[in-house]
Design a protein around this ligand. Structure first.
Ligand code: FAE
Length: 525
C-alpha cells in the first residue's frame, strides 16, 4: 500500500497543531495516537555490525544519519552489565527468568536487557539488544572464514579483495587482537583452554588460536588486579563492563565523532510503508525500560537501511508485507540457516585433577579445526563454562555446513515469525558432534554431557542466525533490495545460512563492501 506524500504532509501539519493544542490548551485530552517526526535523509534500523559500518561510512561521506535501535544505549545509560552468576537488568530482554542456554535458575524483574531469546518449535535463537547489537553480548571471537569456503558461499564476490582489503580493514576497525601464548600457559583462568587443546591433540584433532575483540592487554591487567575485572569476573553474554571492544567503542563511536549521526535508543520499528514518491514511513514505538509504550511515532526517510539482524530484518520485511502488501521478491525468507550451530559438552573431564578449572575467563581463545575432514567437517569453539566451581565439564559450540537450508515466513495471527526448520535440518550437525565427543572421550575419558543438554546435544541452540535476504538473490550485488529503489539490507541476513566460522567478521566485511559500492554508485546522492 502506498501512502501519498500529500497525506503525510497533511498528517504532519495536523499532528503538530493537535499536539500543541492538546498539550497547552486541553490538558485533560486523550494522548496523541501518532507523533509525526521530521523527514530524514537516511535512517538505519538497528545498530549491530552491518548498521554500524553503514553509519560510519555514510557519516564520513557527509550524510546525516539517524539510527533507530529498540534496545538501550547501555554506554549512555550508565546501567552496569551483570555477570553470569549475578544476573540483573542486562540479563534478558523483558523476561521473568534468565535465558542462558542452560541453568536458568535466576528470577528477574522484566527489563529491556541486552540478551533476547526467540523461541521456535525446533530451535531457539539468541540475539543482542541495545546500541551495538550482538557485539554487546557476544564472545568477541573474530574469525575470518576459510577462503575456499567463502568462495563456495559467495561465488560472485571478489574473494581476493576481501582477503587483501576488507578483512584487514575491519580487523583494524574492530580492534581485533590475539592473546599472548605465555598468558594462556600461566593464567589459571585459561585452564579450560589448555585442557581442551591437550585433549583435542590426544584425540588427533588440530587446534587453532582464535583472535578476539576483547583487549587482552586489559585482561592481563585484570589478572594482576590493576583494573576492574570483567572477562575474569564472569561477564560476557549479559555484557562486559570493561575490556571488550564492542561496536559502541569502535565503529559507532567513530561515526558519532563525525557529528552526522544521531542514535535514538528504545525505539522499536514495527512496520515499514513505501510512499508514492518511493520514500519510506516507519511506524515506531518508543518504549521505556519495562517495555511500556511511551509514544507512537511515524518517521519518514528518503533512504532506508535495514541492520536489524537476520531475525529483525526478516520480521520487518515479512510483517510489513502482511500489513500493507509491502513489495518483496519471492526469495525473501529463503536460504535461512543456523550457521551449523550445535552445542555439546563432556562431563567427567579430568575430575581428579581439577577438571577444566573453577575460575574461567569468559573469552574463548581456542578452537578445533576439523573443516578439511570431508566426512566430518566442522569447526568448534573450546568454550568457557564459568560456574565459580569446578564442574569438570567441557563445553563446545560446533559450527557445521548447512546442507539443508530452512525458510522463514510470517504468522500474521500470532504476529511473529515462523521457521520451517526441524530435526532433519540438524541431522548431520548432530552426527558430527557425536563423532567429536566420542573421539574425545575415547582418547581422554569423560562422558556425553547429559548434565547440560538432553541426550548431550543442544541442536536447538542457535547463536548465529543467517540468511533469508541473501546477497545477489533478494538484493542486487550490493544489498539493494529487489523491487525497491531506496531500501538496502546490510546485516547477517545477506549471508546464505552458513559461513563455517563465527560470523561477525564476515557480516562486517560484507557491509563494508556493500556500503562502499552503494556510495560509489551514487545511491546516496
Ligand atoms: P545484530 O548485531 O543482531 O544487531 C541487530 C540490532 O537491531 C539489535 O541491536 C536489535 O536490538 C536491533 N533491532 C532488531 N529489530 C529492531 C526493530 N524492529 N527496531 C529497532 N531495532 C531493532 O545484527 N559472532 C561472532 O562472530 N563471534 C562470537 O564470539 C559470537 N558470539 C555470540 C554469542 C552470543 C551469546 C550471541 C547471541 C551471538 C554471538 N555471535 C558471535 C553472533 C554475532 O553477535 C551476530 O552474528 C551479529 O551480532 C549479527 O550482526 P548483525 O549486524 O546482523
Amino acid at each position: 500500500m502506498y501512502r501519498t506524500k500529500k497525506t503525510l504532509v497533511g498528517l504532519l501539519t495536523w499532528g503538530r497543531s493537535y499536539f500543541s493544542k492538546s498539550k497547552f490548551l486541553y490538558p485533560g485530552a486523550q494522548p496523541l495516537k501518532k507523533q509525526i517526526e521530521s523527514n530524514r535523509p537516511v535512517i538505519i534500523i538497528g545498530s549491530g555490525y552491518g548498521a554500524a559500518v553503514a553509519a560510519l561510512r555514510l557519516c564520513e561521506a557527509g550524510k546525516k544519519v539517524l539510527i533507530l535501535e529498540m534496545g538501550i544505549n547501555w554506554k549512555e545509560s550508565g546501567i552496569p552489565y551483570s555477570g553470569l552468576l549475578k544476573p540483573a537488568r542486562s540479563a534478558a530482554w523483558l523476561k521473568k527468568r534468565t535465558i542462558a542456554p542452560f541453568m536458568n535458575i535466576f528470577p528477574l524483574k522484566p527489563f529491556t536487557g541486552a540478551l533476547d531469546k526467540l523461541n521456535f518449535k525446533h530451535i531457539d535463537v539468541w540475539v543482542g539488544r541495545g546500541v551495538g547489537g550482538g557485539s554487546i553480548v557476544n564472545g568477541g571471537m573474530a574469525v575470518i572464514p576459510k577462503e575456499n569456503y567463502f568462495k563456495e558461499v559467495f561465488p560472485h564476490l571478489d574473494a581476493e579483495k576481501f582477503y587483501s582489503f576488507y578483512f584487514p580493514l575491519i580487523s583494524k576497525e574492530l580492534k581485533v587482537n590475539v592473546i599472548d601464548e605465555q598468558f594462556i600457559k600461566d593464567c589459571p583462568y585459561y585452564k579450560f583452554t589448555r585442557v581442551g587443546e591437550t585433549e583435542a591433540h590426544k584425540a588427533g584433532f588440530k587446534t587453532v588460536r582464535v583472535p578476539n575483540v576483547y583487549d587482552f592487554k586489559y585482561m592481563e591487567r585484570e589478572y594482576k588486579n590493576e583494573v576492574p575485572r570483567s572477562a575474569l569476573n564472569t561477564e560476557v553474554i549479559y555484557g562486559n563492563n570493561h575490556g571488550k571492544n564492542s561496536l559502541d567503542k569502535t565503529y559507532l563511536q567513530k561515526a558519532l565523532a563525525t557529528g552526522n549521526l544521531e542514535i535514538l535508543d528504545l525505539h522499536c520499528v514495527d512496520t515499514i510503508t513505501r510512499n508514492e514518491d518511493k520514500s519510506y514511513s516507519l511506524d515506531v514505538r518508543q518504549i521505556d525500560t519495562s517495555g511500556k509504550t511511551l509514544a507512537n511515532k511515524i518517521f519518514s526517510c528518503q533512504k532506508l537501511l535495514l541492520g536489524a539482524g537476520t531475525m529483525g530484518t526478516l520480521k520487518l520485511l515479512l510483517s510489513s508485507q502482511a500489513a500493507n502488501n509491502f513489495a518483496l521478491d519471492c526469495t525473501v525468507g529463503k536460504n535461512w540457516g543456523n550457521n551449523g550451530n550445535i552445542m555439546t559438552g563432556r562431563n567427567w573431564v579430568r575430575p581428579l585433577s581439577g577438571g577444566t578449572g573453577a575460575l574461567q575467563s569468559t573469552i574463548p581463545v581456542g578452537g578445533v579445526d576439523n573443516w578439511d575432514d570431508s566426512e566430518h567437517s566442522f569447526f568448534t569453539e573450546i568454550a568457557p563454562l564459568p560456574m565459580g566451581v569446578d564442574v569438570a565439564t567441557a563445553l563446545y559450540l560446533l559450527i557445521n555446513r548447512v546442507d539443508k537450508k530452512g525458510s522463514v515466513s510470517y504468522d500474521k495471527a500470532q504476529n511473529r515469525l515462523a521457521l520451517d526448520w526441524n530435526e532433519s535440518h540438524t541431522l548431520k550437525m548432530k552426527a558430527n558432534a557425536n563423532y567429536f565427543v566420542r573421539k574425545m572421550n575415547r582418547a581422554n575419558g569423560g562422558t556425553r554431557s547429559h548434565l547440560l543438554f538432553k541426550n548431550g546435544f543442544g541442536a536447538n541452540i542457535c547463536y548465529h542466525p543467517l540468511g533469508g535476504c541473501v546477497l545477489g538473490e533478494s538484493t542486487n550485488l550490493y544489498g539493494k533490495l529487489k523491487e525497491h529503489d531506496n531500501l538496502y539490507v546490510i546485516d547477517g541476513s545477506l549471508i546464505p545460512g552458513t559461513i563455517g566460522v563465527n560470523p561477525f567478521m564476515t557480516i562486517t566485511a560484507i557491509a563494508e563492501y556493500c556500503i562502499e559500492n552503494l556510495i560509489e554508485q551514487g545511491e546516496f546522492g
